[in-house]
Design a protein around this ligand. Structure first.
Ligand code: G3P
Length: 217
């Protein structure tokens, strides 16, 4: 399973990349606004840190301008993946950009039918937002399961990029359901390493080791 970092925080991305835990990065207009940075500049910096795809989202709402913006964003670096909203215009732009060999990430997916359309339009990635579905009492993981089955039924190569990850259980469940990628806030990825029994076990090992009076180095 690939781990993408859902952030524009250079420090966090660098730290996770150093651990081999940043197979890519996803951004969106809200993430860019939160960073307070210049869009193209921060995305260029991210592209220089990670070797995998870095999603940069278009702002236009019509297909022609989405295509123009996508081509412009793609000039930033070879690992730019153009992020497009799941609207009819977004799908049209996806079809055209994918046809040009430009990687695409179709975002704001909330149904299996939307995911089916994105695959048919050649999307490299589909981004189902599981946390936002959970927020309105619809099971986000069920959507991942449905998309996995549909894509496998027909051999679609579009990768399922589970987004809107809110907790470590989302990541485990996405892995169990066969999502190709998760994109997660950095702190959730870090929390995966935590277990109270690990901390307690380590404290007791250290206490016992002290009794031996030995050193390794
Ligand atoms: O990349 C977009 C997605 O992950 C947004 O997550 O938490 O704003 O629903 P969230």
């Amino acid at each position: 399973m690939k781990f993408f970092v859902d952030s524009a925080d250079i420090e966090q991305i660098t730290a996770l990349n150093d651990l081999g835990l940043a197979d890519g990065v996803t951004t969106n207009p809200s993430i860019i606004a939160k960073s307070g940075r210049d869009f193209k500049q921060v995305v260029a910096e991210i592209c220089a840190i990670v070797t995998g795809p870095v999603s940069a989202e278009v702002i236009a709402l019509d297909a022609d301008n989405m295509i123009a913006e996508g081509r412009e964003l793609r000039k930033i670096a070879d690992n730019i993946c153009v992020k497009l909203p799941l609207t009819m215009d977004g799908l049209k732009a996806c079809k055209v950009l994918s046809g040009m060999g430009i990687p695409t990430n179709v975002t704001l997916c909330f149904s299996a039918n939307q995911a089916l359309l994105a695959a048919k339009c050649g999307a490299s990635f589909i981004s189902p937002f599981i946390g936002r579905l959970d927020d309105i009492n619809i099971d986000g993981l069920e959507l991942i399961e449905d998309i996995r089955m549909i894509y496998d039924n027909y051999g679609y190569e579009t990768e399922i990029l589970a987004a809107s990850i809110r907790n470590v259980n989302h990541i485990k469940d996405c892995a169990l359901l066969g999502a190709d990628v998760i994109t997660s806030p950095p702190d959730v990825i870090r929390k995966m390493a935590y277990h109270p029994l690990t901390d307690a076990g380590l404290a007791s090992f250290m206490k016992d080791w002290k009794k031996t009076g030995q050193t390794i180095l």
